[in-house]
Design a protein around this ligand. Structure first.
Ligand code: FAD
Ligand code: NAP
Length: 546
């Protein structure tokens, strides 16, 4: 047992010290709760601690992708770019940890393996890979939606003789690619960000691409002074606007760059002529695809915009065969998490970059010297997996979480994740998830969603303590109804289209139930629902004395 926990159970154990776990410390301390955060990594930052691959940066303006809980913090911190790179975001996390003295409540280098509810004591018993044990009244899973790197099983992968890396678990000391030939598998956001940078460093880069994306240009730049002044002068209004928006970005950043900051699309592509579309493409290039407002509603409109996108690929990429290989086909624009890039397509004009379009013949096996495909063998010294994550449920299911009567979370989620509001599961009293499936989560600016969830959970614990109650868990009917609601509003949108294999649906992990996991109605609507539930006396939850 943790030395602290030996004498007396803790009030709260938080698993994970990314932005969610860090904020939980600050917030729960306000109520004087005794808590401990358990983190597998050696420092704070979560995503930004693990994803140190070259080119990693956020895709939302940093002045909005940052904490809003402290006016002093948001005034004193200076971002240097519109969308900060990983080292700067990690420095920000470290600054927050120091400023609020967070590390003293974190046990690092400790991975939680078991989280068991005791029916006898009403406490959670937490076990870890280094033998430390904890007991707590409440358990908050701040384990991240994108924290379990996915390495696909490929025949022969263990025989590869060179260096092997995964973008989601990048070495702290970095990787020197100079003079080396590199193979990279995967062209999602992580691949798209790292490929241009690795191409500049390596002798040669071979890109193994299974599905090309409809990437948009990041339009990153040094942070404009006038924008910084505007945001800092209006920060409380910015944060308030975020909280009631669709994805957690305010109109103060409109037109700047990054997700959520694009101008509202105003034109219907179905009303345009071929001539007009050509002119728009000349003027706007890849950005043309986001100026139309009928792409979500009409497959025909969507396909017209996709045609424009493909034409732009052909305009940018000199070699026609490579250009054809980089053109997305067969699924609509907008059904996956948008990928934004800095010079991605131009990278394929370099002499030292080869595209292997796996649609023309897939990977057969990995060999000691490279990758064997149906199109031939490709050799390299270093293999990089940019193959994503077991998203949203991965970190939770990797722990042995057992609720009342010893029932496991794996059993509860056998047919896909079931939660009430993405905050709790029935049968798992006093266990909360931050940005869990069934909440806006990965469809939003995550910092906004994290603060909302942690605030809600903290208020909930205070409410129980004030009432002298000891347990809260969802009523199974409320949970079922929420799961149905989450499904119904996603159903029929592009996000659940049959032709779309996104990680939102779990489609990237063999055997994972194909269920759309996040809640699409937006952070503003969702916040109102959560607040309404509280106003109605925690409608849908069972609260009891134990
Ligand atoms: P994480 O940051 O994932 O932290 C979870 C922590 O829990 C990790 O440190 C992990 O080690 C720990 N943990 C997990 N399981 C255990 C266990 N069993 N025992 C102990 N510790 C455990 N979101 C945006 O909104 N905008 C962006 O621009 C953006 N960019 C991203 C870029 C990349 C490369 C990635 C991978 C994600 C990005 N995201 C972005 C999503 C990002 O994950 C969130 O924004 C946010 O950082 C999540 O914070 P978190 O604390 O919830 O989770
Ligand atoms: P991802 O979007 O899941 O992309 C994984 C890539 O690997 C895809 O191209 C996938 O191809 C490919 N792949 C997987 N298994 C493969 C196999 N067996 N053979 C060949 N290719 C394979 O993962 P990610 O790029 O790490 O991004 C995940 C999420 O993290 C993003 O959507 C975003 O939310 C977040 N992120 C954000 C940023 C940012 O810009 N701020 C950067 C990185 C990550 P298929 O598409 O065919 O499956």
């Amino acid at each position: 047992m943790s030395s602290d926990a030996q004498t007396q159970p803790l009030d709260v154990v938080v698993v994970g010290a990314g932005f969610a776990g860090m904020y939980a410390i600050w917030k729960l301390r306000q109520s004087g709760l005794r808590l401990k955060v358990i983190e597998a990594g050696s420092d704070v930052g979560g995503t930004w601690y693990w994803n140190r691959y070259p080119g990693a940066r956020c895709d939302i303006t940093s002045m909005e992708y940052s904490y809003g809980f402290s006016e002093a913090l948001q005034q004193e911190w200076e971002w240097t770019e519109i969308m900060a790179a990983q080292p700067e975001i990690l420095s920000y996390a470290q600054h927050v940890a120091e400023r609020f003295d967070l590390r003293k409540d974190i046990d690092f280098d400790t991975r939680v393996t078991g989280v068991h509810y005791s029916d006898d004591t009403g406490l959670w018993e937490i076990t870890t890979d280094n033998g430390r044990e904890y007991q707590a009244r409440f358990c908050i899973m701040a384990t991240g939606c994108l924290s379990v790197p996915n390495t696909p099983v490929i025949e022969g992968q263990e025989t590869f003789a060179g260096e092997v890396y995964h973008t989601g678990n990048w070495p702290t000391e970095g990787v020197d690619f100079s003079g080396k030939s590199v193979g990279i598998i995967g062209t999602g956001s992580s691949g798209v960000q790292s490929i241009p940078v690795i191409a500049r460093e390596a002798r040669h880069l071979t890109v193994f691409q299974r599905t090309p994306n409809y990437n948009l240009p990041a339009n990153n730049a040094p942070l404009p002074d006038d924008y910084q002044t505007k945001i800092k002068t209006n920060y409380s209004a910015v944060r308030e606007a975020q909280r009631h928006s669709q994805i957690g970005v305010s109109e103060f950043s409109r037109g700047l760059g990054g997700l959520g900051s694009y101008p509202e699309p105003e034109e219907e592509i179905l009303r345009t002529t071929e001539e007009e579309r050509q002119r728009v493409l000349d003027e706007e290039g890849f950005e043309a695809i986001r100026r139309y407002n009928d792409l979500a509603l009409s497959p025909e409109a969507n396909e017209m915009a996709c045609d424009m996108f493909r034409e732009q690929v052909a305009r940018v990429v000199s070699d026609p065969e490579t250009a054809e290989g980089l053109m997305p086909r067969g699924y609509p624009y907008g059904c996956k998490r948008p990928v934004i890039d800095i010079g991605y397509f131009e990278t394929f004009n370099r002499d030292n970059v080869t595209l292997v379009d796996l649609r023309r013949g897939g990977i057969e096996r990995i060999t000691p010297t490279g990758v064997e495909t149906a199109q031939g063998h490709f050799e390299f010294d270093v293999l990089v997996y940019a193959t994503g994550f077991d998203a949203m449920t991965g970190a939770l299911l990797r722990m042995d979480i057992r609720g009342r009567g010893g029932r496991s979370l794996a059993e509860h989620w056998e047919h896909g994740p079931k939660t009430y509001l993405g905050l709790q599961m029935s049968g798992f009293p006093n266990l909360f998830t931050v940005t869990g499936p069934g909440s806006p989560s990965v469809l939003s600016n995550m910092l906004v969603s994290i603060e909302q969830h942690v605030d809600w959970i903290s208020d909930c614990i205070n409410h129980l303590d004030q009432k002298g109650a000891s347990r809260i868990e969802p009523d199974p009917d409320a949970e079922e109804a929420w799961v149905r609601h989450v499904f119904e509003i996603a159903d029929g949108t592009m996000l659940t289209s049959e032709s779309c294999n996104s990680w939102y649906l779990g489609a990237n992990i063999p055997g994972k139930p194909r269920i759309f996991m996040p809640y699409v109605a937006g952070v503003g609507v969702y916040r109102e629902i959560c607040d309404g539930v509280v106003a109605d006396g925690y409608r849908g939850f069972e609260i009891s004395a134990g």
